[in-house]
Design a protein around this ligand. Structure first.
Ligand code: NDP
Length: 400
């Protein structure tokens, strides 16, 4: 079928690349390109001989449009799958425009010096992608990503109007460390230490970090504390799900994680303001990242399950209706299959599927789109086939 250029070779990329190699019919060729080429070469060596996908590797600094453009011109991929960090989104989109190549990512752009992620920077590319005749698919991970596909699916098959969405992200995995993050620590801590917010009746309601706590009984996991956070997909779903009155996002955290985070915040270790240390400028959060366990090393240690899904409330044929769509994933099963824990797996699988949707033309139209703007059915089918089977429950416990 075609060739994907995958940028980044961290935890999420590794899971996505394993999945591309299982799906050789679609991904006949991939090029893995990242800042540290040795990681790409090590992954290539691990996978070669287990797949008929042809794998090449390259070094690239994705902060530079000219380097990216030269790489895309040399490799001539059908799609570019961006699995580096959110800081690189715009440079990679520029290079895709310069070479007229489709673009897919899993996280929206945020400038490195302000911990504020919003779609406005990437949505501003809409007209240029339309004119170039290429597709940009934004946020094709789990959340954002599958949560948007679940929303489009609920809208298409179950509701005339969806009024309320609660997105629940539960990670009940235990890695045995007192404190570690399940994906890139810098991005993760920026996200969870920011103010919370949710969308209600046409505007944003802001909360203090972790101000709103609820307890929920998760299917196949049990009772967990969860906290309201701001999350990327709230912004696009508020626009794309017509008639929506409120959308919230909750994530579970254990007490140990929260106590450590509070302490690190209190001593200034989560700050992104550079400080002078022994004659050198350092960013405390980047230093913290350097001393924390590498998320990709958590795979063998993490036991337990994740449950991520959406609870919808709305109207069908004049009657009230509720629906919960969720996926449960087991950390150890993911590790056995692709060598990563479930957080990387649940992001890497939809990243591969998003790239497949664009590559096969099922999800292709010129412009910049979020996942819920496409037909959810082929993506939902692919989730079942490629390792993230989902369930529906028509009378779920609701979040008050
Ligand atoms: P990692 O830190 O493990 O990996 C990031 C990779 O990007 C590394 O290989 C790194 O290279 C590479 N990279 C960083 N900067 C550059 C650069 N300038 N040029 C080239 N390569 C670069 O991160 P994760 O795998 O945990 O996360 C990847 C992405 O997935 C993030 O954007 C994250 O926000 C997103 N994500 C999305 C989720 C979702 O559900 N939608 C959930 C979890 C994560 P090096 O090895 O040299 O450091």
């Amino acid at each position: 079928m075609g060739k994907a250029l995958i940028i980044g070779c961290g935890g999420v990329a590794s899971a996505a690349i394993h999945k591309c190699c299982q799906n050789s019919e679609v991904f006949t060729e991939i090029c893995i390109a990242s800042r540290t080429k040795a990681k790409c070469d090590a992954l290539k060596e691990k996978l070669e001989g287990t797949t008929s996908t042809k794998i090449t590797t390259a070094q690239v600094d994705a902060d530079h449009v000219d380097e990216l453009t030269a790489l895309i011109e040399k490799e001539k991929p059908d799609v570019v799958l961006n699995l580096a960090l959110p800081y690189q989104d715009l440079t990679i989109m520029e290079a895709c425009l310069a070479t007229k190549t489709h673009y897919i990512d899993t996280a929206n752009y945020e400038p490195e010096d302000t911990a504020k992620f919003e779609y406005k920077w990437q949505w501003a590319y809409k007209e240029r992608f339309e004119k170039a005749g290429i597709t940009a698919l934004l946020g094709s991970g789990f959340d954002p990503g599958v949560t948007g596909v679940f929303s489009a699916y609920a809208q298409k098959h179950y509701f005339d109007e969806i009024h309320y969405i609660d997105i629940l992200d539960c990670n009940a995995g235990d890695h045995g460390y007192p404190f570690a993050t399940n994906f890139n620590p810098e991005i993760n801590i920026r996200e969870v230490s920011a103010k919370g917010s949710y969308w209600e009746n046409g505007s944003w309601v802001e909360t203090e970090p972790m101000e709103i706590k609820k307890v929920y009984h998760f299917p196949e996991i049990g009772e967990k504390d969860m906290y309201l956070l701001h999350h990327e997909e709230l912004e696009s779903l508020a626009l794309n799900i017509k008639g929506i009155k409120r959308i919230r996002f909750f994530m579970t955290f254990g007490q140990s994680y929260l106590t450590h985070l509070k302490c690190l915040e209190n001593v200034g270790m989560t700050s992104i303001e550079p400080i002078e240390f022994e004659g050198k400028q350092i960013v405390p959060l980047q230093f913290l990242k350097a001393v924390l366990p590498d998320p990709s090393s958590l795979g063998p240690r993490t036991k337990g399950k994740t449950n991520i899904g959406c609870i919808f409330r709305g109207i069908k044929d004049g009657k009230e209706r509720n629906l919960y769509i969720y996926n449960v994933c087991d950390h150890q099963e993911c590790y056995r299959e692709v060598g990563s824990q479930a957080v990387a797996y649940t992001t890497g699988v939809p990243a591969m599927i998003g790239a497949m949707m664009v590559m096969t033309g099922k999800w292709q139209k010129p412009g910049v789109f979020n996942v819920e703007e496409f037909d959810p059915d082929p993506f939902m089918e692919a989730l079942n086939r490629w390792g993230l089977p989902w369930k529906t429950e028509e009378q779920p416990e609701l979040v008050d």
